[in-house]
Design a protein around this ligand. Structure first.
Ligand SMILES: N[C@@H](CCC(=O)N[C@@H](CS)C(=O)NCC(=O)O)C(=O)O
Length: 207
């Protein structure tokens, strides 16, 4: 059997969580290697691009979250086999990457600067991505982002909305998704209530 080790930081959410979810939903065994921030500097040098997540597959290394999501999505039957549906799945995942990069750019700013830039995101890019993702969801039937079934795209969007609603991002109101994109929040609830997703958070804590 293929030996999998998924390395990511030790918190809920972020770029590593969709792959953790996909493997768990499918019941595929993997080593869940959770890096402490205090250990990161030492481990960073051994990653292909100085960043996480990283997936080790029988000793071979794969980096870049969406490459990992596609690979584990295929193993977990959570990635469409039809090329067009696969492209729609990719589209949603790349859109989440775009907005994730904009949020990530504010993470380590001095407090006043962070507040200014987060407020700008709340006025501009966050509602933009929320409403455009909602439009794409509705354009493809309203339930899932591709193939009318759960895929890694749904997991990635779910993880992002979960982050916004959790309050972990200072200066970003937790009701922003509800105000801007109620259909996306319905989608978030749909994914949250998937049996495998519920089982994952009951095992790992809702945090
Ligand atoms: N394009 C990369 C970005 C990876 C990335 O920036 N990961 C962040 C965590 S979500 C990280 O490792 N940050 C620590 C660092 O850059 O030192 C991907 O999609 O995997």
């Amino acid at each position: 059997m293929t030996k999998l080790k998924l390395t990511y930081f030790d918190f809920h959410g972020g770029r590593g969580e969709p792959a953790r979810l996909a493997l768990s939903i499918a019941g595929i065994p993997f080593e869940d290697d959770r890096v402490q921030f205090t250990d990161w500097e030492r481990r960073k040098v051994n990653t292909p691009f100085g960043a996480l997540p990283v997936l080790e597959v029988d000793g071979q290394i794969l980096a870049q979250s969406n490459a990992i999501n596609r690979y584990v999505g295929k193993l977990a039957s959570l990635y469409p086999s039809d090329p067009w549906q696969a492209a729609l799945c990719d589209e949603a995942m790349e859109a989440v990457e775009d907005i994730t990069n904009k949020i990530a750019a504010t993470l380590f700013l001095p407090e006043e600067e962070k507040k200014t830039q987060r407020n700008a995101l709340v006025e501009g890019q966050l509602p933009f991505y929320l409403s455009r993702l909602q439009q794409r969801l509705e354009a493809h039937g309203g339930r899932y982002f591709a193939a009318d079934r759960l895929t890694v795209a749904d997991l990635k969007v779910f993880v992002w909305i979960r982050q916004l609603k959790s309050g972990v991002l200072d200066h970003v109101p937790t009701d922003l998704p509800d105000r801007i994109a109620p259909k996306l929040v319905e989608h978030y609830e749909r994914v949250k209530n998937e049996r495998g997703v519920k089982a994952y958070y009951s095992t790992h804590g809702a945090g």
